[in-house]
Design a protein around this ligand. Structure first.
Ligand SMILES: NC(=O)c1ccc[n+]([C@@H]2O[C@H](COP(=O)([O-])OP(=O)(O)OC[C@H]3O[C@@H](n4cnc5c(N)ncnc54)[C@H](O)[C@@H]3O)[C@@H](O)[C@H]2O)c1
Length: 268
């Protein structure tokens, strides 16, 4: 069955690494794609695109941004470990502003770009599912935990459905040994978003975003209703990655799901 496209789909973080990739890939899902970021974006290529510069920390601006939208892919915000004060506006206030705006303007479905850094302190010999207690590995990971809880609350209280994708490492190819496990190809990310937007009755679903890699640490049994079937695998890059010098066995990138993030900071 071909999914019915939305009238207007909002993509936040549209100037970012994934946003620029998704700008092309989400086109078919809506009559109009509203693209937003605090940073400058390439101009609209036609009537099917709208460009809105917006700071997620600005409540009034976010409310305006969300007006007239059917669904949201929320990819905007700080995407690496930073001091809490830098995370607060975009990631904590920003996600609250977005869900409040969704409530006010009747948006019913959101894809939230969550992260493996919500569970980064698990060790690589531990395999976990979505029910595992979260173990955030920094202020960034904490902000994604908050985002997931906001999603959960807005479903229980207001019926707004969210698929929170705990993205592993979504880049053209895995860049190191850890990413052989966490890599998520752009095609598999796109499939996850598609399943997240169009699967009925998702409530608040948490799904791990990894491709069909040989050694995965994450079990998606709790998200089976999404019928996510990853097509790619990091295996084709293994020889290239393993040609790099191996880090020490106790290097965080070899020990923890979250890799080097677990050792970032403190920032004072
Ligand atoms: N790429 C990955 O492997 C990966 C892994 C886990 C999670 N994620 C999440 O996916 C999303 C996209 O990741 P990315 O790799 O494209 O990151 P990115 O940093 O390239 O893009 C994030 C975008 O958010 C924008 N942004 C930052 N502060 C903002 C603000 N105050 N208001 C509005 N926009 C703001 C930035 O300008 C940037 O364009 C992020 O939420 C990130 O946390 C990505």
């Amino acid at each position: 069955m071909t999914p019915t496209p939305f009238k207007r789909l909002l993509l936040t973080g549209a100037a970012g690494g994934l946003g620029q990739v998704l700008r092309e890939r989400l086109k078919g899902y809506a009559e109009v794609l509203r693209l937003s970021d605090i940073a400058a974006m390439a101009p609209a290529t036609g009537a099917h695109e709208e460009i809105v510069e917006c700071d997620l920390a600005d409540k009034a601006a976010v409310h305006q941004l969300v007006e007239g939208v059917d669904a949201i892919c929320h990819f905007g915000g700080v995407s690496v470990e930073r001091p809490f004060e830098e995370i607060l506006g975009p990631n904590i206030c920003g996600v609250f502003h977005l869900y409040e705006a969704a409530r006010k303007h009747g948006v019913k479905r959101i894809i939230f770009a969550s992260s493996n850094h919500t569970i980064g302190f698990y060790q690589q010999d531990e395999r976990i599912d979505a029910h595992a207690l979260r173990r955030p590995d920094g202020y960034y990971g904490l902000s994604k935990c908050y985002g997931e809880d906001v999603a959960s609350f807005y479903f229980d209280r207001y019926g707004i459905e969210t698929v929170s994708i705990r993205i592993g490492s979504s880049f053209p190819e895995p860049q190191n040994r850890r990413m052989l496990s966490t890599w998520l190809s752009y095609d598999d990310l796109t499939q996850l978003i598609e399943r997240g937007l169009f699967t009925p009755d998702v409530g608040h679903t948490v799904v791990y975003g990894a491709s069909a890699n040989r050694d995965v640490w994450w079990d998606n049994r709790d998200a089976a209703h999404l019928n996510y079937q990853p097509k790619d695998s990091s295996e084709v890059f293994r020889a290239k990655v393993e040609a790099q010098p191996a880090p020490a066995a106790d290097d965080p990138s070899m020990v923890y799901h979250g890799g080097a993030f677990v050792a970032a900071g403190p920032f004072d």
